[in-house]
Design a protein around this ligand. Structure first.
Ligand SMILES: CCCCCCCC/C=C\CCCCCCCC(=O)N[C@@H](CO)[C@H](O)/C=C/CCCCCCCCCCCCC
Ligand SMILES: [Ca+2]
Ligand SMILES: [Zn+2]
Length: 275
């Protein structure tokens, strides 16, 4: 066994970067619309994340001026999620799948470390710095575990949405602002449509292929981005309430209240300001 043998093995071994080396393949048929993009609509629908990030930063700019790091970090990571997801659907490679899933995991971890309300910290955690460490260690362990059975990663990630739903319910019980309740209801509606699309693409592919409409995963990309467009202002609203007591958060709608379809954002009022 010399160098030529090792080279021969490496050349014939399927590469983790090669097309269709991932453990999952979504319902959309591969290489139908392009010779280089495996799943065309699943790839281009990730544009939603490139629109979501600047929209969040622009609309919630008053919050960003007072507390820049969390939203800059999360928006940047959402761009990365969009880019890795594009790469994954373009190649359906093993590396693409892991980059897609791990970028989601780390975005959630960063969002939780910055925004998880202190009132819900486990009893042994006293400060946000400690919570950072807890999330960091948990995320590193989850990252290592994600190599064991990559097919299960997406299911585990989707379960986190149920924790977010539970927290939203708890917070809404303490909140009388009708706008906040309305925004949460719209977020849940988009998320319910998103997860229904994700599950139907996974489980009912035979049906969608039979009727020649295998596009539900691309709907998922758009719908989950829409639910995040509502989720982030909601989380910011509670962050201002709990962690920035010198300001009062106010929900506004873009372009204006009277439009039938609106995007929520948070502005800050200084309640103790004397004129
Ligand atoms: C105090 C906590 C604040 C939380 C803020 C939320 C931050 C959200 C961070 C990341 C979510 C990005 C999800 C985009 C996924 C796009 C890529 C994709 O489609 N990947 C698939 C393969 O292509 C993969 O199968 C999908 C895996 C599942 C991901 C599930 C993510 C859960 C996101 C929770 C969103 C909550 C919205 C409202 C909840 C009621
Ligand atoms: Ca496919
Ligand atoms: Zn996807």
């Amino acid at each position: 066994f010399g160098v030529p043998f090792v080279r021969a093995v490496c050349l014939t071994m399927p590469s983790i970067f090669s097309y269709e080396s991932a453990e999952v393949d979504w319902c959309e048929s591969n290489f139908v619309r392009s010779a280089v993009i495996a799943e065309y609509y699943n790839t281009i629908s990730n544009v939603s994340f490139f629109l979501l990030s600047p929209a969040l930063l622009y609309l919630n700019r008053e919050y960003c001026q007072k507390k820049a790091v969390p939203l800059y970090f999360v928006s940047g990571l959402l761009l990365l999620v969009g880019a890795f997801s594009m790469y994954f659907h373009m190649t359906l490679s093993y590396v693409g799948q892991l980059l897609d899933e791990l970028s989601i995991l780390w975005t959630l971890a960063v969002a939780y470390s910055f925004w998880y309300p202190q009132a819900y910290f486990p009893k042994c955690i006293k400060t946000r710095r400690h919570f950072f460490w807890l999330t960091g260690i948990t995320t590193v362990i989850s990252t290592l575990m994600s190599f064991v059975k990559p097919t299960l990663n997406a299911y585990a990630l989707n379960c986190i949405a149920f924790h977010l739903l539970y927290m939203t319910r708890k917070e809404l019980k303490k909140c009388n602002d009708k706008r906040v309740h309305r925004m949460a209801a719209v977020m849940v509606m988009w998320w319910a449509l998103a997860i229904t699309s994700w599950i139907s693409d996974r489980w009912l592919c035979w049906l969608w292929q039979a009727i020649n409409f295998p596009y539900f995963h691309s709907f998922w990309h758009v719908l989950i981005a829409l639910s995040l467009l509502y989720c982030c202002p909601l989380v910011i609203y509670f962050d201002v309430t709990y962690e920035m007591p010198s300001f009062k958060p106010k929900l506004e709608y873009w372009p204006s209240d009277s439009w039938p379809v609106v995007v929520p954002y948070v502005t800050l009022e200084e309640p103790h300001k004397q004129c």
